[in-house]
Design a protein around this ligand. Structure first.
Ligand SMILES: [Zn+2]
Length: 48
């Protein structure tokens, strides 16, 4: 399981609604809305 960085839900990569790559890491999302928020401002959701 991977953590959806936007809402904090645990997401199964095999059934994730979306994914994005940022700074060489892949992030998975529970729905398209979370992916859209992440894509708009990934820095806000990524642990530095
Ligand atoms: Zn989510």
């Amino acid at each position: 399981m991977e953590k959806d960085p936007v809402c904090g839900m645990q997401v199964n990569p095999a059934s994730a609604a979306g994914k994005s790559e940022y700074q060489g890491k892949t992030y998975y999302f529970c729905n398209a809305g979370c992916k859209r928020k992440f894509d708009q401002n990934p820095q806000q959701y990524v642990d530095r």
